[in-house]
Design a protein around this ligand. Structure first.
Ligand SMILES: [Zn+2]
Length: 320
């Protein structure tokens, strides 16, 4: 794909630059996370990020865009959502195309079966291809972990937050789907716990990336959701996780004065960051995406922007 065909990216205001679009001629573009990529020390210093050069070299990672695939209409064109009406052969072809870009065969991928749980599955050779080139034998799995080289963790997104984990010491990885339920119920904690149990991971050795999802400006929620976040994060408003919407002039017909009409903006990315730090991941090893799915509807699939008429993106993470 030609770089000239790429829509202009809108970045989240005030965020450090942490992503870059990789455009290899003739291949589908994908998003790479600068804190995970193989930068020289001087390049790292230029971005202002603290990167131990080469610490993540043993891992291949990427995040898809909606460009460069074969799907049409609302799925156009790189779609990985398999339960929304797109043809299975299109989705398989999209996995193959994205695999070409990343250097990962579709047969090596394992695709989570996400249902907003906090269930974590350990995958290895046995699971290769599940959800991609063959049937899964698991259900209700929102995070995958492995320490097996050549097994690619895959999870799907369209506003929910992808969280990538790399244990640079024990050489193990994890990939989690953290929507609002997963964030409140702390799938991040569950993923790290599983990595510790299985691989001896010390959270202090994890480098984590909170990937592209919906920004607070675009994520308005009601009292029911806001209350769950206030319970988990008593300082949610002080921390910027919740910001009350100014309702002046809105719902003026409601004279009861009740709080049922209250709306909040929810910053899932900041909540995920807090979960990571509380789980023991060092603050300087937690990196946040600088792009929002809903801010970039031509580049990324967004559930909110399209009111549900949409395809899905995927995150990919594999030990070489
Ligand atoms: Zn946004």
């Amino acid at each position: 794909m030609d770089k000239a065909d790429i829509p202009k990216i809108k970045y989240i205001e005030g965020r450090e630059r942490t992503t870059e679009l990789v455009c290899i001629p003739g291949k589908a573009p994908f998003i790479r996370f600068i804190p995970f990529s193989n930068k020289t020390k001087s390049e790292a210093e230029n971005t202002g990020l603290t990167i131990e050069s080469g610490a993540c070299d043993f891992v291949i990672h990427g995040f898809s865009t909606r460009l460069g695939g074969v799907s049409e209409g609302i799925f156009s064109s790189m779609n990985f959502a398999s339960n929304r009406g797109d043809a299975p052969e299109n989705i398989l072809e999209n996995f193959r195309i994205m695999g070409e870009s990343l250097g990962i065969p579709a047969e090596s991928m394992v695709y989570a079966k996400q249902t907003h749980t906090i269930n974590v599955l350990h995958v290895n050779e046995y699971n290769k291809g599940m959800g991609v080139t063959r049937e899964r034998d698991f259900n209700d799995i929102d995070a995958l972990v492995t320490d097996t080289p050549g097994v690619c963790l895959v999870a799907g997104f369209a506003d929910c937050i992808p969280v990538f984990f790399i244990d640079t010491k024990r050489k193990a990885i994890g990939l989690a789907h953290s929507g609002w339920r997963g964030t409140v119920n702390d799938i991040i904690y569950e993923t790290v716990k599983k990595m510790s149990e299985l691989f001896g991971t010390d959270p202090g050795d994890i480098r984590a990336f909170v990937g592209p999802g919906i920004c607070a400006e675009h994520y308005e929620v009601g009292n029911d959701v806001a209350d769950e976040f206030k319970n988990k994060y008593p300082d949610a408003e002080k921390m910027g996780i919740l910001r009350k919407k100014d309702n002046t002039g809105i719902d003026s017909g409601n004279m009861s004065g009740g709080s049922s009409g209250e709306k909040y903006y929810l910053d899932l990315t900041l909540a995920c960051r807090d979960n990571l730090i509380n789980t023991g991941v060092p603050e300087d090893k937690v990196f946040l995406s600088d792009i929002c799915t809903c801010c970039n509807p031509e580049l990324l699939h967004s559930h909110r922007f399209t009111k549900g008429q949409r395809g899905g993106l995927c995150g990919f993470l594999m030990i070489r």
